[in-house]
Design a protein around this ligand. Structure first.
Ligand code: ADP
Ligand code: ASP
Ligand code: MG
Length: 446
């Protein structure tokens, strides 16, 4: 059972979570929690303040967040628990202060310090949730996720080492579960072989839960969030968006990858590997069923099930006469992206040009410099990818024309259709993406 930041944003939310866990007591749950809402952002901001000016200001800026944790403990736990949590918090504060000072002195690699600092969000929330559950007589035990999730050294976006993680999760958690305990872990965090703290990327608690669920071959991975399941589109754009009853792994993976924030893009893989159902449900409305993500799902009459989008996309167009009828060009092109560890999202080619989109522009300048050896390069920023998803989309005539006639007055720069049988992806200007989503939603879900 994974609870996101808004599911543990304040005392009322913590109390709800404890009740939800109590309701699953008979099913031997394992609990994974995110940091309290906004805490990860504040820790990252404190890191930046320490890097740019002053570590004391940075530490002070965190006080309101520390206070939020204490408030929950005061409202929901007994005196002894409050004392012990306060002690833990004071220790964490000292350690964070020390790490922030190291940031300003550059006394260790910054990326390593950043992950160490940011991990306190989940360290504290998992401790607090353990106490809150204990206070209603649940037999919870906090377990440090860093002892179980072993990762590589890519700080900020570490990749778990599956075999090792699987072994440790089973070794540590199974006996505890067999003893009737409910382990509570912080999501998002792991550690390298040598014990340095790492993080799995923003929103990574979903991924932690899936890894742990897969290692234990659990019957269900539950993602508890602030909306009822996966919806027909982002409810911040279309408030009437509806909950989908079921989705296939493939559909969910495409939606998550192309921006449906409700699931971290890597969440599905561990579930796929062991055919474990994933349920997305609402911690504010625990009685609603939410969405079941299963190995297979049916095609619906409309075919289209959901529309995702991702902003901040850069298009690169590489044109070269050398490409005409030559082999080896694509390979040379892809090698450049491989060297800079940059992922290409959407790609489309003609005889003499290739257009592709990037989300991560960290190495853009270096990439462009190398691409210029292959041909002319054009760059276009501020785009958005729109991804229309539904089982059987590829084999269905008429859906494409419905999509494009709905937005016929809007310029589309790249289209990808047919690579996957469940999606159709295209690129529009960022300023127009909300309008595009609204219109498509109206066409397919009115
Ligand atoms: P948590 O803190 O629980 O991990 P997130 O903020 O990461 O929650 O994800 C939930 C949010 O994802 C929702 O509040 C919603 O605004 C957004 N979202 C975007 N697309 C979708 C979608 N298709 N279905 C459901 N939620 C979506
Ligand atoms: N707390 C982390 C974040 O805000 C991880 C998560 O919530 O999933 O990105
Ligand atoms: Mg999330």
């Amino acid at each position: 059972m994974k609870f996101g930041g808004t599911s543990v944003q304040d005392a009322a939310a913590f109390a709800r979570v404890a009740e939800i866990v109590a309701g699953e007591r008979e099913n031997s749950p394992v609990v994974v929690t995110s940091a309290m809402a906004r805490v990860t952002d504040s820790l990252l901001a404190a890191f930046e303040t320490a890097r740019k000016d002053n570590f004391e200001t940075a530490l002070l800026s965190l006080d309101p967040n520390f206070e939020r944790h204490l408030e929950v403990s005061r409202e929901l736990t007994n005196d002894e628990q409050q004392k012990s949590f306060r002690r833990e918090l004071e220790l964490s504060k000292k350690e964070i202060g020390d790490l922030l000072e190291r940031v300003s002195r550059r006394s260790l690699p910054l990326q390593m310090l950043k992950d160490a600092i940011v991990s306190y969000g989940e360290q504290l929330s998992s401790r607090l949730l353990t106490e809150v559950c204990c206070a209603i007589n649940l037999n919870t035990r906090q377990v440090d996720a860093r002892r179980l999730i072993v990762t590589d050294e890519e700080y900020g976006a570490a990749t778990p080492v599956w075999n090792e993680t699987e072994k440790l999760v089973r070794l540590e958690l199974q006996p505890s579960i067999d003893n009737g305990e409910i382990p509570v872990l912080g999501g998002f965090i792991g550690a390298t072989y040598s014990g340095e703290t790492t993080t799995l990327g923003r929103g990574g608690s979903d991924y932690s839960a899936a890894l742990i669920g897969a290692a234990l071959r659990t019957g269900e991975i539950q993602i508890w969030t602030d909306v009822t399941g996966v919806l027909t589109c982002d409810p911040r754009i279309v408030p009437e968006a509806r909950t989908l009853k079921t989705l296939s792994y493939e559909e969910a993976a495409e939606l998550a990858y192309f921006g449906a924030k409700v699931l971290h893009p890597k969440t599905i893989q561990p579930a796929v590997d062991f055919s474990i159902p994933v349920r997305v449900c609402n911690s504010h409305k625990p009685d609603e069923r939410g969405t079941m993500i299963l190995p297979k799902s049916e095609t619906t009459r409309r075919k289209v099930k959901s529309i995702a989008h991702k902003t901040g996309i850069t298009i690169l167009r590489i044109s070269s006469a050398r490409m005409l009828g030559s082999y080896g060009f694509m390979s040379a092109l892809f090698q450049i992206f491989e060297r800079y560890r940059t992922v290409i999202d959407v790609i489309s080619t003609s005889e003499v040009s290739v257009s592709l989109t990037l989300d991560d522009t960290t190495s853009l300048d270096a990439i462009i410099k190398e691409l210029k050896r292959l041909g002319e390069v054009e760059i276009e920023t501020n785009n958005a990818v729109v991804c229309v998803v539904g089982e059987g989309l590829r084999g269905t005539s008429g859906v494409a024309s419905q999509i494009f006639s709905t937005i016929s007055d809007i310029n589309i720069s790249l289209i990808s259709h047919g690579a996957s049988s469940v999606n159709m992806t295209f690129v529009v200007k960022e300023a127009q993406v909300k309008e595009v989503i609204k219109r498509l939603h109206k066409t397919f879900f009115k």
